[in-house]
Design a protein around this ligand. Structure first.
Ligand code: ATP
Ligand code: MG
Ligand code: MG
Ligand code: MG
Length: 488
């Protein structure tokens, strides 16, 4: 099944069950001070769960563009190293707002996965919340019994239901507000021989790279009060999220999300542009493969963000996007030997492949390509020198720590986001002195504040012999950039 059909099948399934199918909310959030990017399908329905806005549809389904690169959910470092965490991914979801509850959510999940998508039921595992003494919550017997009934009907062993703790199986919106237990569905993708070797198979769900969580069903039944106490909610809700790329991996019989048709066109194009073959190994010491996966992932995050109106910049959400893009550029530079821009050429592949589901990609294709190209151009200008400086530094370092001042120099002079410096340090078994970096950063802020004061009073003319330092581009209008220079 092609990925477009997988998405459509999900939406059609829930439409048939009287769900209103809605569009994805933007991935970049403009009006919520607590969240920069959508990181789960439920974000756009927050006000409905909180009772702050009127419920128009009691049942909703959609595919939501998500980005997990900051805050509570930060999967950036997993990307490319494992094969199923992305920065940007789609979360397929169905919701009930005070309408159906656990029974329907669980039975429909089974029906969709087993009867419709035809996933081998032997490979499915289910977690239920085990309860928490401190909260006074009991094990989720309802969810357990619902799965049990399904397993018994299908002659499957009960060890497929695993009890899980609060950390993984109790969802909370924040310190207060709606919350409740969840039930996750995992798929075991190991080959039969390997599975046969596991005693009892109960431990099958342990952290194994090929036992992958695909769907999370959240049952909001409590309201956490300011004193920590849980009160039963008058209207109970269902919030589910299934990783679209992971589902595609399962349905297309692959071992990695990158082997699905969601990523392969981009990967093929990267190989074609760079002349580096994707060897399709999960061995992380094969740096070219990691680099190709990282770039295939990051270009999606950046492309979708720009399509949503968030351009790379030096602050806030824009800087997050710039960081991701610079990370991709540097992977291309260091491991695929790319000294010239090429990532921008991947945008057309994405637009072609995803444009039907996300028309904003087609509409913005030209702008996105241009913006990425300019970012590549500008960063590649300083990257080589920065890497050179970095290598010299490592060669002469007394210990295994990159000191904060030097990390700041890379940041300030060569445009290296601090997480890039950390990544490069880690690759060389070095640490970064983060407190030292912060001190240097604060000092710079102080300096610019002081400089700002003078500039407000006096007209400062930059003389030709003044040392200027490039600190990046700032987006000003639809398609112009203002190059900013700062005196040092
Ligand atoms: P994991 O434990 O694998 O990190 P999670 O428990 O953090 O996943 P949820 O918050 O429950 O994920 O999100 C719902 C679903 O979204 C998951 O079951 C998974 O299929 C998918 N998902 C979560 N994070 C990612 C990601 N970084 N990339 C791709 N899919 C993801
Ligand atoms: Mg996670
Ligand atoms: Mg999880
Ligand atoms: Mg989960």
């Amino acid at each position: 099944m092609k990925s477009a059909q997988i998405r459509q099948t999900f939406l059609d399934f829930f439409k048939e069950k009287q769900h209103e199918v809605v569009s994805s909310a933007p991935m970049v959030i403009k009006n919520d001070p607590t969240l920069m990017f959508t990181n789960a399908g439920m974000n756009q329905f927050k006000d409905l769960f909180l009772g702050n806005s009127e419920i128009k549809y009691a049942r909703i389904a959609d595919s939501q563009k998500c980005l997990r690169v900051s805050g509570k959910h930060n999967d950036l470092e997993e990307v490319g190293v494992d094969t199923y965490h992305h920065t940007m991914f789609e979360m397929l979801g169905n919701w009930s707002f005070g309408n159906y509850f656990k029974k329907e959510a669980i039975e429909w999940a089974w029906e969709l996965l087993v009867d419709v998508y035809k996933i081998d039921k032997d490979r499915l595992y289910f977690t239920v919340f085990e309860g928490d003494e401190q909260d006074g919550t009991e094990m989720d017997e309802d969810a357990y019994n619902l799965w049990k009934a399904i397993l018994e009907k299908n002659n499957l062993p009960l060890y497929k239901i695993l009890k899980a703790n609060k950390k993984d199986n109790f969802w909370e919106m924040g310190d207060t507000g709606p919350c409740g237990p969840c039930s996750e569905i995992h798929v075991d993708l190991r080959n039969d021989d390997e599975i046969a070797k596991i005693p009892g198979r109960e431990l099958v769900n342990a952290d194994h790279p090929q036992v992958v969580e695909i769907w999370n069903l959240v049952f909001m039944e409590f309201n956490r009060m300011a004193n920590g106490e849980l009160k039963s909610l008058p209207a109970k809700h269902v919030d589910t999220g299934m990783g679209f790329e992971r589902l595609a991996m399962v349905l297309q019989g692959k071992q990695s999300n990158y082997d699905t048709d969601v990523f392969m066109p981009t990967i093929d194009k990267i190989s074609q542009l760079t002349g580096v073959k994707y060897q399709n190994t999960l061995d992380v010491s094969v740096k070219t493969d990691v680099a190709i996966r990282v770039i295939a992932d990051h270009v999606r995050a950046v492309t979708f963000s720009i399509a949503d109106g968030q351009l790379p910049s030096n602050t806030g959400a824009g800087y997050v996007i710039r960081r991701i893009l610079r990370r991709a550029i540097r992977y291309g530079y260091s491991f695929l030997d790319q000294k010239e821009p090429f990532i921008n050429e991947l945008v057309s592949v994405l637009a072609k492949q995803m444009g039907e589901a996300f028309p904003e990609l087609l509409a913005q294709q030209e702008l996105i390509t241009k913006v990425i190209r300019e970012e590549e151009d500008s960063f590649l200008r300083t990257l080589e020198k920065g890497i050179h400086r970095f290598e010299n530094y490592l060669a002469t370092a007394n210990d295994k720590t990159v000191d904060g001042e030097f990390a700041f120099e890379l940041y300030d002079t060569f445009g290296f986001p601090i997480d890039l410096t950390e990544l490069m340090a880690t690759e060389n078994n070095f640490d970064v002195d983060m407190p030292g970096f912060i001190v240097a950063l604060d000092k710079q802020k102080e300096r610019s504040r002081a400089a700002g004061k003078i500039e407000a009073d006096d007209w400062v003319v930059l003389r030709e012999d003044d040392v200027e330092e490039f600190i990046g581009y700032d987006y000003t209008e639809a398609d112009t950039y203002l190059t900013k220079y700062r005196r040092i």
